[in-house]
Design a binder for this molecule. Structure first.
Ligand code: XUL
Ligand code: CO
Length: 439
């Protein structure tokens, strides 16, 4: 069997923070128990097929810059080789999951029927690898944005024929994900938005999108697929405005169209910052509605306004994210998918290892910091106190919808001017840094 990553001979080991080995984890100790679960169970890290095996370092100013051993040959041969590379890479990192778009794992055919057939063939091969290696599918999805037919949207396209193509592609991708026992299925509305309102019926397009999602829910039930459906918010890029703008917008959309029971969210860090939010804001909004389903782990560049999909290395951000994830009780069937790519100048396969090891360690360290903050109630004791008045009889009455403006007016008259209380932001930021530096 061909070896695609000969530069790494064995599974990346955990060697602890004092190790100088660049091919070892310093913080990610898969079996270490933190807050009642092993690190492996907390994260369920996954490799993104598209960035890891299919990206070639193309950018707006230049062509493919990377040569990947598995990408030489006919499209079908490449598909088989990329599968072999995937299972080798996931195992060498000591991980258990991967994620794909239909078109990442199988080339598109000349017709809907041919594309379906090619995909089914690759899925059979992938199923065998999964069985042999124990590596699992975290989620599958359909690429409804690459082919030029989707230029004006897939589900939101003004042309019903394109909508039907999108439906057919989702059906086949759902079949593929179900056959591979995918634990989730993601909908990212890559071109479900508009470029100009001059040619767009916004409400009609949103209704179409809701119909497509409902049809997917119906089909899921029909085939008995039990994976969690996830929507991945993103505000823009490739289109000027995307309907799944951010977590709050998606939750509102799902409720408007009666779809909220069937979907959770896949929160991506770089999409949060594109929407003008922090990563922890998006996680918090999703978690507040019990809709935090999974995470696309990456990072943007604060000086660039687009989706740079970099590896997450900022421990301040990962620690804040892990606070939210721990408070939410984890991700359930979700996981942490590295929707991230190496920079164009990091074109060796060895760079793929360094990048993933760095991202994994950044989250592992973030988990340890967040766990310590929570165990010591270093932040939450103050926050509990801050909201203590809502635990009084009157507070409970208001929240239980049993009070009135008159009752509150009486109370305000009696109680006098409220005390001005500090929110202690700087004090809390210092505590956060104490934990960041100490652990
Ligand atoms: C694009 C993006 C996608 C989704 C899956 O910004 O994040 O790769 O994660 O379609
Ligand atoms: Co993503």
């Amino acid at each position: 069997m061909a070896i695609y990553f000969p530069e790494v001979k064995k599974t990346v080991p955990y060697e602890g923070p004092d190790s100088k080995n660049p091919l070892a984890y310093k913080w990610y100790d898969a079996e270490k128990v933190v807050a009642g679960k092993t690190m492996k169970e907390h994260f369920r890290f996954a490799i993104a097929y598209w960035h890891t095996y299919k990206a070639a370092g193309v950018d707006m100013f230049g062509p493919a810059a990377w040569e990947r051993r598995w990408n030489a040959g006919s499209p079908l041969k490449v598909a088989s080789q990329a599968l072999a590379a995937n299972f080798e890479f996931v195992q060498k990192l000591g991980l258990e999951y991967y994620c794909f778009h239909d078109r990442d794992i199988a080339p598109e055919g000349k017709s809907v029927a041919e594309s379906e057939k090619i995909l089914q063939g690759v899925v059979k091969e992938a199923a065998k690898y999964q069985k042999d290696t124990g590596v699992k599918l975290l989620w599958g999805t359909a690429n409804l944005f690459g082919n030029p037919r989707y230029t004006h949207g897939a589900g939101t396209n003004p042309d019903l024929q394109v909508f039907a193509y999108a439906a057919a592609q989702i059906k086949a991708a759902l079949d593929a994900t179900a056959a591979l026992k995918g634990e989730n299925y993601v909908f990212w509305g890559g071109r479900e938005g508009y470029e100009t309102l001059l040619n767009t019926r916004l409400k009609q397009e949103q209704e179409q999108l809701a119909r497509l999602l409902q049809l997917a829910v119906d089909y899921k039930k029909k085939i008995g697929f039990t994976g969690q459906f996830l929507i991945e918010p993103k505000p823009k890029e490739p289109t000027k405005h995307q309907y799944d703008f951010d977590a709050a917008t998606v939750i509102g959309f799902l409720k408007t169209y009666g779809l909220d029971k069937d979907f959770k969210l896949n929160i991506e860090a770089n999409h949060a910052t594109l929407a003008g939010h922090t990563f922890e804001h998006e996680l918090t909004v999703a978690a507040a509605d019990k809709k935090l389903g999974s995470i696309d782990a990456n990072a943007g560049d604060t000086l660039l306004g687009w989706d740079t999909d970099q590896f997450p290395v900022d421990i301040y951000t990962t620690a804040k994210a892990m606070l939210v994830v721990l408070d939410a009780g984890g991700l359930g069937s979700g996981g942490f998918n590295f929707d991230a790519k190496c920079r164009r100048g990091s074109g060796e396969t060895l760079d793929l290892f360094y990048a993933h090891i760095g991202g994994i360690d950044a989250f592992a360290k973030g988990l340890l910091i967040a766990d310590a903050l929570r165990s010591d109630k270093a932040l939450s004791a103050f926050v509990d106190e801050r909201y203590a008045s809502w635990k009084t009889d009157l507070g409970k009455k208001v929240l239980a919808k049993k009070s009135s403006l008159e009752e509150l007016t009486d109370y305000a008259k009696k109680s006098g001017e409220p005390k001005r209380v500090s929110g202690r932001q700087e004090y809390l930021e210092n505590i956060f840094n104490d934990y960041l530096l100490a652990r």
